[in-house]
Ligand binder design. Structure first.
Ligand SMILES: NC(=O)c1ccc[n+]([C@@H]2O[C@H](COP(=O)([O-])OP(=O)(O)OC[C@H]3O[C@@H](n4cnc5c(N)ncnc54)[C@H](O)[C@@H]3O)[C@@H](O)[C@H]2O)c1
Length: 260
């Protein structure tokens, strides 16, 4: 039998919902799932973020607003059923170090990155369980695996990995899988505010990365595609680093301390 890539992925005509669809990684996710033949819907915090995207349905909610999320997601499930694949991709951080994190920063970043993702996911998982199938991918971060700054965001991203494990263990019997991806630095609009402050910043980032380059949005998207698809159907409860080797060890320690 001649198997095609479509046979491996089995994403043709599958309903996929992607949050943070208008962002750098969101756009790459839309391209990847669309190329695999999926029917892609996107969510973002305002309609303007979704305007120029090829999407079947456009959902608008602020991840810090529980009621808004619940209303929109409930309406989506009532009208279209549970998506086959949910990609929790939206994220936000501004509190770079502990000195920049007060109670308000902490609560806002945990609300958006952890609580918001839960409010999106929980009703969709309930509907997936009733149907006995579904796959969820969370875009977490290397910040969940070690400290690279952004303490409140990191706590939230680590919380997502715990949630992934809970979903994998308790909802696997209903045919639902959940996994996380932990990207290293990716040059997307998420970096604009830092580059505005320090235009040469990326040259300082590169020496930390064993592959000598940053991960691209497309590389994050293809890992999400794999985990969400039939090709990844044996995998649930994992956190996959897509980080150009950052968390494999400490390259700067090798170069600065040992190699010389
Ligand atoms: N870029 C990186 O270096 C990097 C590294 C690791 C993890 N990530 C994660 O990847 C994901 C995508 O990030 P990106 O790099 O594409 O950033 P981005 O800023 O380009 O996109 C983030 C998206 O999330 C949406 N969003 C932000 N706050 C929201 C809110 N309150 N309600 C609803 N939507 C909201 C934004 O509108 C945007 O579309 C995020 O979860 C981010 O934490 C990014």
């Amino acid at each position: 039998m001649n198997l095609t890539l479509d046979d491996f992925l089995q994403l043709k005509e599958r309903q996929v919902l992607i949050t943070g669809a208008g962002g750098g990684i969101g756009r790459a996710l839309i391209s990847a799932f669309t190329a695999a033949g999926a029917i892609v819907s996107g969510a973002d915090q305002d309609r303007h973020c979704l305007e120029d995207l090829q999407l079947r349905h456009r959902l608008v909610f602020d991840l810090a607003n529980r009621q808004e999320i619940e209303d929109v997601i409930k309406g989506f499930i009532n009208d279209h059923g549970a998506p086959d694949v949910l990609i929790n991709n939206a994220g936000f951080t501004r509190g770079e170090t502990l000195d920049q994190v007060n109670s308000d920063t902490w609560e806002r970043e945990v609300a958006i990155n952890l609580n918001g993702a839960f409010h999106v996911t929980a009703p969709i998982v309930d509907a997936m369980c009733k149907r006995n199938s579904g796959s969820i991918v969370f875009i977490s971060s290397v910040n969940a695996l070690g400290h690279f700054g952004n303490p409140a965001y990191s706590a939230a991203k680590a919380g997502l990995i715990s949630y992934v494990k809970a979903l994998a263990v308790e909802r696997g019997r209903y045919g639902v899988r959940a996994n996380a991806i932990c990207p290293g630095s990716v040059r997307t609009p998420a970096w604009d505010h830092r580059l505005k402050r320090q235009p040469d910043l990326l040259t300082k980032v590169l020496p930390h990365y064993p592959l000598g380059r940053l991960v691209t949005p497309e590389q994050v998207a293809s890992a999400a595609l794999f985990l969400a698809s039939e090709a990844g159907s044996g995998i649930t409860g994992t956190a996959l680093a897509v980080d150009a080797g950052l968390t494999a060890g400490n390259l700067r320690f090798i170069n600065d301390v040992l190699a010389g």
